[in-house]
Design a binder for this molecule. Structure first.
Ligand code: G
Ligand code: G
Ligand code: MN
Length: 305
């Protein structure tokens, strides 16, 4: 028997207990757990986190959640022709909440689909506008490995393509490398299907996950992003440099293009250029900023019109 209602326990007045029951029920429904008790000894942190998940819809409606864009530089051509969409949450009472905090919460509570569809809708609109301004522009969206295996995600993507809101040629999905993904036949099939629409797949945080080579063998991606933990220190750390150099070589031999993350200085950019890296992303090129600021700084629409 499933019981999608919460059980409040612990001391407190009726109102508090009712609130706790609602929280527990909400959590139980979203996570698909059978029964769950929510007691006042549940840590303060857990309560705040649950409350945050419950605030998602309101935050989306209020515009507290928004999309920042970080430029990606085509190293050989010297221009910015793509960006990564990075979601931000400006909470009215808690201030700026980092995605590292709320993304795992939304994943754990079954709300990552809603968030990602919101990001996709913003990205589709913005890249359409930027492309109409004269410059074919590609934007990358982060898709968690869990999400890719969700048939609702693929269905929503296909709807957006069919109804013309999303141009698949303008979209990259950055998929975080994970052993779990490689093991899931369903996720791999979904990725094949996504790629067949012309959406580019990129392996995010490359080098930090497990089973890197078997993953590379299976996933139908065309780009890898070398994690900034290998890139940032490359000038001072010979081992990092050797790993980046050989990764670029391996990737090119396998037909992937390569993005280096965490490019914070000009000499680092220069070194990556000498190594044949295709694309650079990092503070030296630009930090993530709101769409209007991004367009003002990086889209020289008149020059390409
Ligand atoms: O730029 P920043 O500190 O914001 O990003 C932190 C982490 O949050 C990164 O690992 C990035 O991949 C992740 N992230 C940012 N936006 C999204 C998003 O829309 N969906 C998912 N799944 N992850 C995101
Ligand atoms: O999705 P991914 O895990 O690749 O997320 C990119 C993360 O890297 C974001 O948190 C973004 O803000 C951060 N980032 C982007 N450029 C730089 C950089 O040059 N230096 C550092 N330290 N972080 C960066
Ligand atoms: Mn990313």
């Amino acid at each position: 028997m499933r019981c999608h209602f919460g059980i409040a326990s612990g001391s407190g007045d009726a109102g508090t207990i009712a609130d706790q029951a609602i929280l527990a029920a909400d959590h139980a429904v979203r996570t698909g757990t059978r029964c769950e008790s929510h007691s006042s000894d549940m840590s303060e942190d857990n309560e705040r986190q649950l409350a945050l998940t419950a605030e998602l819809d309101q935050a989306l409606a209020a515009g507290d959640i928004w999309v920042a864009y970080q430029p990606k530089l085509d190293i050989a051509a010297g221009g910015v022709v793509s960006a990564e969409a990075l979601v931000r949450w400006d909470h009215p009472t808690r201030g700026v909440i980092r995605p590292d905090v709320f993304i795992p919460l939304l994943e754990a509570n079954g709300r990552i689909l809603d968030l990602t569809l919101y990001v996709l809708s913003r990205v589709a609109a913005e890249s359409r506008e930027w492309t109409a301004g004269g410059k074919p522009f590609r934007v990358a969206v982060n898709a968690s490995a869990l999400l890719v295996a969700n048939p609702q995600f693929l269905a929503a993507l296909e709807d957006m393509i069919v109804n013309g809101t999303l141009d698949p040629k303008r979209l990259t999905l950055e998929i975080t490398e994970s052993a779990a993904l490689a093991d899931t036949g369903r996720a791999m099939e979904a990725l094949e299907q996504i790629a067949s629409h012309g959406i580019k797949l990129s392996i995010d945080d490359y080098g930090t996950g497990q089973s890197t080579l078997s993953y590379l063998k299976q996933i139908p991606a065309s780009e890898i992003k070398i994690d900034k933990s290998f890139v940032s220190d490359m000038e001072r750390n010979a081992r990092d440099q050797a790993m980046v150099r050989s990764t670029i070589e391996l990737a090119h031999q396998l037909g992937y293009s390569v993005v280096a993350e965490g490019v914070e200085t000009q000499p680092l950019l220069q070194l990556l250029g000498e190594m044949g890296c295709d694309t650079a992303q990092g503070w030296h090129i630009g930090k993530p900023v709101a769409a209007a600021e991004f367009a003002g700084r990086f889209l020289d629409l008149k020059a390409v019109a």
